[in-house]
Design a binder for this molecule. Structure first.
Ligand code: NAD
Ligand code: TYD
Length: 356
């Protein structure tokens, strides 16, 4: 048996592949990893799998139907776990086209290829097959400060080009189940953090900027709330839903860790003060308030009771243990950080922060 993972060279996808191939229950099942290696994809994340016959990496686009058909015919996966996406809200504001192309059209092409493959399976293989769509809590929109956390039945109210494109992909996946019977499950997870997180996102950006003595840019008043989950807990949640989730259902994944952005930045600063003190004084001196993100969602929060009660899933990390591991990982992996800070990365910092 084999699974096909899309986007397995990105932040969560690479953590998932590494987790899958080391976890006692799944480690013997090979992974075919299809990734276009955009700016966010990085084979260095998978360096520990070099020469490992259980991992086949294929550089390619989920929008390439011919490639998808060939891969599905050759490897005959019993499941597809779909991570590949454009994932950064600020980039979606500066250039929404790539988000429509990959997240909407790409998911459509993938669904059609998978439907073709699945339709030709025998009845037993057909029933066992899974298409697992990895999505986000951002599709639900923004919560008022005192509103209950997102359940799976919350209305879809996406506010950014990113979340709108993910919402569209969720709807396609749902429709392919209802119309064609494709055996799908969808997970909507809160903000992840941990190793291999590209330093355009809040937590890794704050770590690498602080270490470089650069400003720590907080958008607006810094009182926006996100619900943070350590990436390996997202991976275990996906494994649980892939193994036991009910067909056509969606499951929210989150760790009950609501924090304001300001709290996050202060926590990162305090950990760096402890682990790598600066001669210039506390890292919080670098905090700078900058122009807010247009359409900035005020609060996300996940109600994770469905996955907890149906599948017995629980996060292994608290925010305190996860954020400490994360800061330590960035301190121990300066080479990885240096390698991802290419010319393209510097161009992005100019685009996003120069005019703020
Ligand atoms: P990421 O940007 O780090 O990685 C995305 C990966 O997809 C990259 O390796 C990239 O090369 C690849 N990719 C992009 N376009 C492609 C294409 N057309 N064909 C093939 N590969 C392509 O993203 P991430 O943070 O790892 O997120 C993975 C998935 O999880 C996304 O679907 C995202 O919406 C979802 N998600 C992310 C978070 C989060 O906090 N990061 C939370 C919930 C859900
Ligand atoms: P981000 O990591 O981009 O994730 P998302 O927008 O998908 O939640 O941002 C997390 C929060 O941090 C979000 O409210 C925007 C804020 N933020 C800043 O304040 N400064 C920054 O430089 C970045 C990248 C994000």
């Amino acid at each position: 048996m084999t699974i096909l993972v899309t986007g397995g060279a990105g932040f969560i996808g690479s953590n998932f592949v590494l987790d899958w191939l080391s976890h006692a229950v799944t480690r013997d099942e090979p992974v075919v990893n299809l990734d276009a290696l955009t700016y966010a994809g990085n084979l260095q994340n998978l360096a520990s799998l070099q020469g490992d016959a259980r991992h086949t990496f294929v550089k390619g686009d989920i929008g390439d139907r011919q490639l998808l058909d060939a891969l599905l015919a050759q490897h005959r996966p019993r499941a597809v776990v779909h991570f590949a996406a454009e994932s950064h809200v600020d980039r979606s504001i500066h250039g929404p086209g790539a988000f429509m192309k990959t997240n909407v059209e790409g998911t459509f092409t993938l669904l059609e290829a998978v439907r073709g493959h699945w339709s030709a399976l025998d009845d037993v293989a057909k029933a066992a097959f899974r298409f697992h769509h990895v999505s986000t809590d951002e599709v639900y929109g923004s919560l008022a400060p005192d509103a209950p956390a997102f359940t799976e039945t919350h209305t879809y109210e996406p506010n950014s080009p990113y979340s709108a494109s993910k919402a569209a992909s969720d709807h396609l996946v749902r429709a392919w189940h209802h119309t064609y019977g494709l055996p799908v499950v969808t997970t909507n997870c809160s903000n992840n953090y941990g190793p291999y997180h590209f330093p355009e996102k809040l937590i890794p950006l704050m770590i690498v900027n602080a270490l470089a003595g650069k400003p720590l840019p907080i958008y607006g008043d810094g009182q926006q709330v996100r619900d943070w989950l350590y990436v390996s807990d997202h991976c275990s949640g996906i494994r649980a839903v892939l193994a036991g989730g009910r067909l056509g259902e969606t499951y929210n994944i989150g760790g009950w860790n609501e924090k304001t952005n300001k709290e996050i930045v202060l926590t990162v600063c305090a950990l760096l003060d402890e682990l790598r003190p600066s001669a210039q004084g506390p890292y919080s001196r670098l905090i700078t308030y900058v122009t807010d993100r247009p359409g900035h969602d005020r609060r996300y929060a996940i109600d994770a009771r469905k996955i907890e009660s149906e599948l017995g899933w629980r996060p292994a990390e608290t925010f305190e243990t996860g954020i400490r591991k994360t800061v330590q990982w960035y301190l121990s992996n300066a080479d990885w950080v240096a390698n991802v800070q290419s010319g393209g990365y510097r161009d992005w910092l100019n685009t996003n922060y120069k005019t703020r």
